[in-house]
Design a binder for this molecule. Structure first.
Ligand code: IMP
Length: 426
């Protein structure tokens, strides 16, 4: 069996994927992003230094690890070059980065259109990161996109000319100024020259490595409930961050996937608009926000806080075919007398064990909570499951009981060293 592990966010993202993927990437030979773009924000703490990655995969810190942006990603080359520059300044060469020749390029006009569309929606806005993600995937699906293979080829000039006719129509429709072709082309041609050496056939690269028995980590961005198909539509991103996205976003077949690890935060957070059934606003939620720095890595927005929602988690287990859970930020709960977990919802007198498709119904779901005793002990220095206080163990066991999936990793602090592995994945 191939040595492949998928790491996905089990809810709305920001579950601490960066930390877990960084931990696993130390064992992996390849780290592959398969969906999204620089809307993601992965915070990585390494030897007391904090790095915020948006599009570059988490394995970039190890020169022996190949880092790949798969065809399912939308790549803003300007943002990518900025991130590479910052990493180079910090001493990381980035020579170990590869971009799929089939990935779509995200241009400035995508960002402008993202902002204009949100503005037009007003109070009904999605609350996007305004990075241009939706407009770029829209172009991809409408077959108006420009892929990396074309971006770096001599055809780019002609393709861009055709594309800008359509894009300028859209921009002027929104009342924005049209883009001047000559200066736009000149700017992006220079960028293409810098990006060209990184672009290759990543389908062959990844599959050859898998066939050689190499260890591959597929690094999910965002989360299951932000998935365009399975998330809380329309308050979702425009790609498939769920495990199914690995196949379409990299060119690796489903039979080659071995483990799917869902990153689950001890509580739930959400940025942007849309329902969050277990949301609460009191001194504990504010305490959680402050202790765990629950402010967006990309947009700096305060994240909304809710108790752990096992209706969502069980749904996520099904969609992703989750084989294990990585439970993060357990240490944040230290000192709370009572902790709640939602096990199901009620809606119009009926019990619901998963979120409903219709967003208005989902917004009316009432969470049913199990209340558990908290713990007072500092758990940040714990190095094994056995060292945990009884009540922390009970919390972990409850998550396993409600989802039917083992907690294979748990984390008790921001440093990579504070990650406890109960089952080796590679
Ligand atoms: P977009 O991906 O910028 O189009 O934003 C769509 C929705 O996804 C918004 O609610 C964003 O806040 C959310 N979102 C996008 N990327 C992330 C992420 O990395 N973490 C959490 N939420 C995200």
């Amino acid at each position: 069996m191939a040595k492949t592990v998928v790491v996905i966010g089990s809810a709305w993202g920001d579950e601490g994927k960066g930390k877990i993927t960084n931990y696993l990437s130390k064992q992996a030979d390849l780290v592959v992003r398969y969906s999204g773009g620089d809307n993601a924000g992965h915070t990585i703490v390494l030897d007391d230094a904090v790095y915020k990655l948006h599009i570059v995969p988490s394995g970039i810190f190890d020169p022996n690890t190949k880092n790949i942006l798969g065809n399912g990603c939308v790549v803003n080359p300007k943002a990518l070059l900025e991130e590479i520059e910052a990493l180079k300044k910090a001493g990381f060469s980035c020579d170990n980065l590869y971009i799929s020749d089939r990935a779509n390029v995200l241009f400035d006009y995508h960002k402008i259109l993202d902002g204009l569309k949100e503005e037009r929606l007003g109070a009904r806005c999605i609350g996007t990161t305004k990075k241009g993600i939706g407009p770029c995937y829209t172009d991809k699906m409408a077959r108006d996109g420009i892929r990396m293979c074309d971006f770096i080829s001599p055809d780019f000039k002609d393709i861009l000319k055709e594309t800008l006719i359509i894009k300028n129509d859209e921009l002027t429709h929104f009342g924005a100024s049209p883009i001047d072709f000559d200066s736009f082309y000149e700017e992006y041609q220079a960028i293409a020259d810098k990006i060209r050496p990184l672009v290759c056939d990543t389908v062959t690269l990844i599959n050859e490595e898998i066939n050689k028995g190499k260890k591959v980590l597929f690094e999910g961005a965002q989360g299951t409930l932000l998935d365009i198909d399975f998330g809380t539509y329309p308050f979702v991103t425009s790609s498939n961050p769920t495990a199914g996205g690995v196949c379409t976003g990299t060119g690796v077949g489903p039979t080659k996937i071995k483990e799917v690890i869902g990153i689950v935060k001890a509580y739930t957070t959400r940025v942007g608009s849309g329902p969050l059934p277990t949301e609460f606003n009191d001194e504990i939620s504010q305490d959680i926000r402050d202790r765990a720095h629950e402010y967006g890595a990309t947009t700096k927005r305060a994240r909304r806080i809710g108790w752990l929602d096992c209706a969502i988690l069980s749904y996520s287990v099904n969609i992703n075919g989750m084989t294990g859970i990585a439970l993060t930020l357990l240490d944040i709960f230290t000192g709370y007398k009572k902790i709640k977990i939602c096990d199901y919802y009620t809606l119009d007198g009926k019990v619901l064990k998963a979120p409903c498709a219709k967003i208005e119904d989902f917004a009316r779901c009432k969470p049913h909570f199990i209340e558990m005793d908290g713990w007072e002990e500092d758990i940040t220095k714990v190095t094994s499951y056995d060292e945990l206080p009884e009540n922390t163990k009970k919390y972990i066991e409850k998550v396993e009981e409600l989802t039917g999936v083992p907690v294979v990793i748990f984390s008790v602090g921001p440093d990579t060293k504070q990650t406890i592995i109960r089952k080796e994945l590679y």
